[in-house]
Design a protein around this ligand. Structure first.
Ligand code: ZN
Length: 453
């Protein structure tokens, strides 16, 4: 049984030196701090538990760089969405799997060991169901299996184009279901998840724009204790639309009409007033922040200090996957708050606290909870999902263990991730996924074919 001797490891009670970790049967079976090196130990770097990526649309990795040219007088989330609809219109099931494999591989290389795939691409380009209505969900499951990332599959229900409800747009025809067809899809997804080690299933009403109140009630009943993820209040236009439709802001409306509790993960929640912040935090819901995407799309800045003061739970997601990494997301989260408040170390938990450690711990705990996964920790009995940083990385050279997370998150990027294990199986070694060349070759062929269409 291989043993790994890490220079430092972040254990539940803090950093420890010279930590021997033994993994077996997918779990951590031994943790020994202050260990003396033995000849059969593999030398490890700085060990952390793996992070959950709570919100991804994997296929959007394939359009990175395709939406950065000004097309309108005022480009926005909505003009970006037109490009996204154009892009997804041509993808085959093989393309979906190839792009998802590339995105999931990059997630592992960036320090994530689980992904919550908010999957809304279900049908053929003309909107008809595939012979297997779960064809594209099974492609996502297959990509996760190939790459070795843990999956929480979040099949998305999408039925309408806007509040009212308005009819769905042409670009949305690959997303649409009635409730009965969605319930069948959910059953099929439960089977897919059963076939993957450590995988989980949740439900995902797309947004209040895409789901009517009665449909939301039916979906909550279908959840049966599973996580419920929903996009909410990402854009000011969505807030205005919700006010026009209901007289209530989106988060308020949701709290008034749905049993929001710790099972719920509200994606973005960028635009909340003080009352919504207090109510949502008290309900125990997690906010799935996607800081790089929110910056990329010009969404706005969520009320971080108010959410922090209310004791709200956070998780992080890579969402549009334009750039993928734990450090990239947590750094952007903090920097947006600094720009908004003209202060530093805004999200640190208190006087003397490390901003990096505060954010990492909060996002790890909130992310695992939102994805129905075990609490992440390097302790005996926990899943052996471990990320080891490179002790030779320049961003980690200054300081000791107390500054490792601040060095990585604020001074580094995913290149500081050296080794990753999921369920005790090493999937990233020396910064590269163990099947990197093959996965990338399939992806590049796919991306070039799509670009040529
Ligand atoms: Zn999203």
């Amino acid at each position: 049984m291989p043993t790994h001797l890490f220079k430092h490891a972040l254990l539940p009670d803090g950093w420890a030196d010279s930590v021997r970790i033994v993994m077996s049967g997918g779990k951590i079976v031994s943790v020994e701090a202050g260990a003396v090196r033995r000849p059969d130990d593999c030398a490890g770097g700085y060990a952390l538990s793996g992070m959950a990526n709570v919100h991804s649309h994997a296929f959007q990795r394939g359009m990175a760089g395709l939406a950065e040219r000004r097309r309108h007088g005022e480009d926005s989330f909505w003009s970006w969405r037109e490009i996204m609809y154009w892009f997804l219109d041509r993808m085959t099931p093989e393309d979906v799997e190839a792009i998802a494999a590339q995105a999931f591989m990059e997630m592992l290389q960036g320090g994530f060991t689980r992904v919550g795939e908010f999957h809304y691409l279900h049908h053929a380009p003309d909107g008809t169901a595939y012979d297997d209505p779960a064809e594209l969900s099974s492609r996502i499951a297959s990509a996760a299996d190939t790459v070795g990332i843990r999956l929480t599959l979040l099949p998305c229900f999408y039925a309408h184009g806007d509040f009212g409800p308005q009819p769905a747009l042409g670009g949305q025809r690959r997303f649409l279901h009635g409730l009965d067809a969605y319930a069948s899809l959910l059953d099929r997804c439960a089977g897919l998840v059963r076939g993957l080690d450590g995988a989980a299933l949740g439900i995902a009403p797309h947004s209040l724009r895409a789901v009517t109140p009665s449909e939301l009630d039916a979906l909550v009943a279908l959840a049966d204790g599973r996580p419920i993820h929903i996009h909410v209040a990402e854009q000011t236009r969505e807030v205005e639309g919700c006010l026009g439709w209901s007289g209530r802001r989106p988060v308020d409306w949701l709290l008034d009409h749905a049993p929001v509790d710790h099972r719920w993960c509200l994606i973005h929640a960028t635009h909340m007033d003080a009352s919504e912040v207090g109510r949502l935090a008290a309900a125990g819901a997690t906010i799935g922040l996607c800081p790089v995407t929110e910056a990329s799309l010009g969404d706005g800045i969520f009320p971080g200090t108010a959410w922090r003061d209310a004791g709200g739970r956070i998780a992080i997601g890579t969402d549009c996957n334009v750039a993928i990494g734990v450090a990239e997301e947590l750094r952007q989260l903090e920097y947006a708050q600094r720009l908004a408040t003209r202060r530093r170390n805004v999200m640190a938990s208190g006087l003397g606290a490390s901003t990096g450690e505060t954010l990492f711990a909060a996002a790890a705990a909130g992310g695992a909870s939102a994805l129905d996964a075990p609490a992440p920790a390097i302790r005996v009995g926990s899943p052996a999902d471990i990320v080891a940083l490179d002790p030779d990385a320049a961003c980690l050279a200054a300081g000791g263990p107390a500054t490792i997370l601040d060095g990585w998150l604020f001074g580094g990027d995913r290149s500081a991730v050296r080794d990753v294990w999921v369920g005790g199986r090493q999937v990233v070694a020396e910064g590269r996924h163990c099947q990197a060349a093959a996965i990338r070759a399939v992806y590049v062929r796919c991306a070039r074919r799509l670009a040529a269409l």
